[in-house]
Design a protein around this ligand. Structure first.
Ligand code: COA
Length: 387
């Protein structure tokens, strides 16, 4: 039985900060960002946008195409949770008015949790093909001002419907994984922004890739040449380039520049202008590949490498399904990205780093253009509304 992604759609916020504006403010050569880390823009969430409103924006176009009462579970992956106890998925469940005959839970392990949720969902459907699982990966990447991570912020959410006989990609059984207790990136409970040992995190990422790949090849017998396109966790696009160079070297494969670019660039187009979206970024990269590759991918094998600092990593593959192109939501993706408004550096600070949202009562000014927004917090309870 084939199980995998039947529909996929991603969302991002209505605003961005250009790294040209950022570079000018910090008096840094902009090529450090355009070339050195491979990023151009960061999507910035206003105070009335959080992972729940981003997730609802990602999921709504999927629900319009199916009987939404058929969804049996929501697995919500995030490291930007809105409550220490209640799952972000239950806020989403209420906002989208889903059936009460549905199980909902939040998944966390840094940027890895989206892949974990996807794998758990495929297992649920393999065990019971009647299950239709809505997987959400949603994050708002925030670092302190004037830290090395500040230029690698961003936000986004990806919604994926996991079913049997999927129309987009069948996830193949067998994967390689690696876990190691390290402190390369973390966010203690009291903090709104992450702490990171940036250079160390890039080393652990590459080490984890080698370990997960080794495990993957032992488990599946597949080799580098069995894979047609490679999707990586993309905290910034240069990281994916380094990952692919590393993987080719470990596999003993020499690629021409043309082959290297064909295997990696299409999956980086959106991430370069959206920025990091932690748990979602691997799947934003997959959407980017689907929407930007000019050739037909039917029956091609795609690999996915997920890395979550701390750290957990996984390497797995999927087979593209014939006719997948008929169900892509490319227009919605490009429209959202193109319609974003640019921010000045001061506006970015006001949206992102100066608003206290741990207050008891607040009504947020309307900046989020919808379709859903965080309206306010009353008596410590979050209230959402359709716009
Ligand atoms: N033109 C072209 N390239 C330039 C440049 C310029 N003017 N100035 C710098 N660069 C290059 C550097 O040579 C370096 O390239 P390299 O990585 O191939 O050596 C790159 O740009 C980054 O410069 P660096 O000085 O190392 O940047 P930094 O100290 O600001 O840190 C990160 C970069 C990635 C560590 C930082 O952005 C970070 O902490 N990010 C968050 C953590 C993260 O995303 N980790 C990834 C694993 S999840």
């Amino acid at each position: 039985m084939n199980v995998g992604i039947d529909l996929i759609h991603f969302s991002t916020s209505d605003y961005y900060l250009g790294l040209d504006v950022f570079a000018e403010e910090k008096n840094i050569d902009v090529d450090k960002f355009y070339i050195g880390i491979g990023q151009e823009k960061m999507s910035i969430a206003p105070p009335d946008e959080d992972v729940v409103s981003l997730a609802a924006k990602a999921a709504a176009p999927i629900l319009e195409q199916i009987d939404k009462d058929s969804i049996t579970a929501i697995l919500f992956a995030t490291e930007s949770g809105v409550d220490q106890s209640k799952s972000a998925g239950v806020f989403l469940h209420g906002l989208l008015n889903l059936s009460s005959r549905c199980r909902v839970v939040e998944f966390k392990h840094a940027c890895y949790s989206g892949a974990a949720a996807l794998q758990m969902a495929t297992m649920m459907v393999r065990a019971n093909p009647k299950e239709k699982v809505l997987v959400i990966a949603a994050d708002i990447a925030k670092y302190d001002v004037d830290t090395s991570g500040e230029a690698t912020q961003g936000c986004g959410a990806v919604a994926m419907l996991i079913t049997e006989s999927p129309r987009i990609i069948a996830i193949e059984p067998g994967s390689g994984y690696h876990t190691e207790d390290v402190m390369d990136f973390w966010r203690p409970n009291q903090r709104k922004t992450a702490l990171v040992d940036g250079k160390y995190s890039t080393k652990v990422y590459l080490h984890s890739l080698k370990q997960a790949w080794q495990h993957f090849t032992e488990e599946t017998g597949k080799t580098f040449s069995d894979i047609n396109h490679f999707c990586y966790h993309i905290p910034f696009t240069k990281m994916a380039e380094k990952a692919h160079q590393t993987l080719a070297k470990v596999a003993g494969v020499k690629l021409t520049d043309e082959e290297f670019q064909a295997q990696t660039l299409p999956s980086q187009v959106y991430n370069r202008i959206v920025g990091n979206s932690y748990s979602a970024s691997l799947f934003v990269g997959f959407c980017s590949l689907l929407d930007n590759l000019k050739e037909n991918l039917s029956e091609r094998r795609i690999s996915f490498f997920s890395y979550g600092s701390g750290c957990v990593a996984e390497f797995f593959t999927g087979l593209m399904q014939p006719g997948y192109e008929k169900v892509l939501m490319t227009t919605s993706h490009t429209r959202q990205i193109e319609q974003r408004e640019p921010l000045t550096y001061a506006q970015y600070l006001a949206f992102y780093h100066e608003v206290e949202d741990d207050v008891e009562n607040i009504e947020f000014e309307v900046n989020n253009k919808g379709p859903y927004r965080l309206a306010g917090i009353r008596d410590h309870k979050r209230y959402y509304q359709a716009v």
